[in-house]
Design a protein around this ligand. Structure first.
Ligand code: KG4
Ligand code: ZN
Length: 340
């Protein structure tokens, strides 16, 4: 089976072609970062309009570079939620129309399931069951993945997501949108331990997170002092340290709690190199292993949507003819794909 996948949930337009036997044949992406930068964040209406412009050419390129004609495609997968509703609808409408025209099934994929399954594209994929730490711009979740398609949320953030904490504190430091990667770069020039920010919920039992206090901590650290390059870098470093240490400790706690020895880390923040090295080292001390997507597939892309879509289409799952998308969609409500 060969699937075409389309992603348009936020500010990345993407298309990919995945073949069950030959693997990933093509993946194309257009980032809208430049479009939204002047506004300091994603403007939903601008995002939708740009997806309309970008998606079809991306699909054409993905088909061409994968050497696929329309008749070679056995199914179409698209991100059906959660995300910006207008943006989701542009991808859903295109995916459903192509599937209708080609006479093949289409399946709406849960964006977070895409992130969770992205490491399956790597040469050494994670075993099931495993624990997943999903850290993106909108979500911070610890999940017990008992089998493909079976997800139990063990803990979540009570307020800001990890990516949101990176982005908001980056903004306070005057860094342009999207702040996460920029803050990480600045942090590399900071002095370790020069400043220390609170690690909320770390001293308490449980697997929940809270990152909203970091904004206040940053404002406090900047108040009444000249904003030197060194201070900015030290603040960035302290933000990164607080987030990385909290995520590492809770992920290890989730491994302990479930008795599992494999940890998947995915979502945009899993591109962070300090987080990767902290988690890998801490897991190794506990006899566990960590699995990541390649950096390119940590952030939004269509290859991960293709993985989830292919699994579900092969299991005989697909949607009706209506063009539907969901801004909110609980991960735990998904039907299973493979038995545990
Ligand atoms: O998964 P993603 O691309 O989109 C969502 O589904 O939200 O995640 C985007 C988030 C943003 O908050 C971005 O700042 C963060 O991931 N991010 C990073 C890094 N790269 C992306 N945060 C910290 N360090 C990075 N290297
Ligand atoms: Zn995402």
């Amino acid at each position: 089976m060969r699937v075409l996948a389309i992603e348009s949930s936020c500010d990345e337009s993407a298309a990919a072609v995945l073949d069950a036997r030959a693997g990933l044949l093509a993946h194309e992406l257009f980032s809208q970062v430049e479009l939204h930068r002047p506004y300091g964040g994603v403007v939903p209406e601008l995002a939708s309009r740009d997806h309309v412009r970008r998606l079809l050419p991306l699909v054409r390129r993905a088909l061409e570079s994968s050497g696929s004609a329309a008749r070679d495609i056995d199914g179409v997968a698209y991100t059906a939620g959660p995300g910006l509703i207008g943006a989701l609808l542009t991808g859903a409408a295109l995916a459903r129309s192509l599937a209708y025209a080609w006479g093949v099934p289409a399946v709406g994929v849960h964006h977070l399931e895409g992130h969770l399954l992205a490491p399956l594209l790597e040469p050494d994929p994670p075993p099931f069951p495993h624990v997943a730490l999903l850290v993106s711009g909108g979500h911070t979740l610890l999940i017990e993945v008992t089998a493909l398609g079976q997800y139990r949320v063990l803990g979540a953030s009570r307020d800001d997501a990890a990516g949101e904490a990176f982005d908001k504190t980056a903004k306070l430091l005057g860094l342009p949108y999207p702040g996460g990667p920029q803050l990480a770069e600045l942090a590399a020039h900071g002095t370790a331990g020069a400043l220390s920010f609170p690690r909320p919920m770390l001293d308490r039992a449980g697997l929940e997170f809270s990152f909203s206090g970091l904004k206040t901590a940053v404002l406090h650290a900047l108040r009444g002092r000249p904003l030197t390059e060194q201070l900015r870098a030290d603040v960035a470093r302290a933000v990164e340290e607080a987030i990385v240490e909290t995520l590492t400790a809770k992920a290890l706690r989730a491994l302990d709690y479930t008795g599992l020895e494999a940890l998947v880390v995915s979502g945009g923040v899993s591109a962070n190199r300090s987080l990767r090295s902290s988690l890998t080292a801490a897991a190794a001390r506990q006899g566990a292993r960590v699995y990541y997507p390649r950096i390119e597939f940590s952030t939004d892309n269509a290859a991960m949507i293709a993985v989830a879509g292919l699994e579900r289409l092969e299991a005989g799952q697909h949607d009706g003819l209506a063009i539907e998308a969901r801004a909110r969609w609980p991960l735990e409500s998904l039907p299973g794909v493979r038995a545990a």
